[in-house]
Design a protein around this ligand. Structure first.
Ligand SMILES: CC(C)(COP(=O)(O)OP(=O)(O)OC[C@H]1O[C@@H](n2cnc3c(N)ncnc32)[C@H](O)[C@@H]1OP(=O)(O)O)[C@@H](O)C(=O)NCCC(=O)NCCS
Length: 177
């Protein structure tokens, strides 16, 4: 668990960041629902993720309440890549750098520390998400490449394209073992 008091904007000083555990699945589901814009998957899906991929998922809590989360994993064909499936912040907490902080803390999780690339698919109609990933790239002084990925026709219903944002290479502050 990371205590966020170090080098943290004062608005985040009471927030704690940690990897997810199986008991977090239900709360992540509630958080995703509360974001209002993220596609809500089944509760079972979040329970499964928090259980089998908990090491690559991050939760942020304030006073015992989940205020943000990153649901991620390592694509099996790209083990040096950390993929962000969903990142969300409660509506009342947005606009104060918490989204960026979530991604930074998530990248520092032990399971992600060997990753040099961050990927995410970002819908064409989600400027907040686009800005967040571009900012992450700037923070690391690295590139944010946008590549064709999921096309509207690949979805079973109306859905905007989801290009792949590929950020990296991400240099680490400490050498990788
Ligand atoms: C995307 C999200 C996590 C950003 O969280 P946040 O705490 O507001 O983000 P931050 O304050 O750290 O801002 C990060 C960057 O995004 C930009 N940003 C945030 N909200 C924005 C918006 N609505 N429109 C445009 N840019 C936005 C910020 O200006 C900042 O960029 P900058 O440094 O270049 O100015 C939040 O809006 C959210 O939970 N949205 C709903 C879920 C979602 O769409 N998730 C992403 C897809 S998986």
């Amino acid at each position: 668990m990371t205590d966020t008091d170090r080098s943290t904007p004062h608005t985040h000083s009471s927030i704690r960041f940690r990897a997810a555990t199986p008991d977090d699945g239900a709360a992540i589901w509630r958080l995703v629902q509360a974001t209002g814009t993220l596609e809500l998957n089944s509760a079972y899906f979040y329970l499964l993720f928090a259980t089998d991929f908990g090491d690559t998922c991050l939760v942020a809590e304030r006073d015992g309440r989940m205020v943000g989360a990153v649901v991620g994993y390592h694509p099996p064909r790209h083990p040096d890549t950390a993929f962000v499936w969903q990142v969300g912040v409660l509506p009342e907490m947005r606009g104060h750098g918490l989204g960026l902080r979530l991604l930074q803390e998530w990248l520092e999780l032990p399971a992600n520390r060997s990753c040099r690339w961050v990927t995410a698919t970002v819908a064409d109609d989600n400027p907040a998400s686009q800005a967040l990933f571009r900012r992450l790239a700037r923070e690391h002084g690295t590139a944010c490449e946008e590549l064709p990925h999921f096309r509207p026709g690949q979805f079973p219903h109306d859905h905007p394209a989801e290009p792949l944002f590929r950020i990296g290479p991400v240099e680490r502050r400490t050498p990788r073992s």
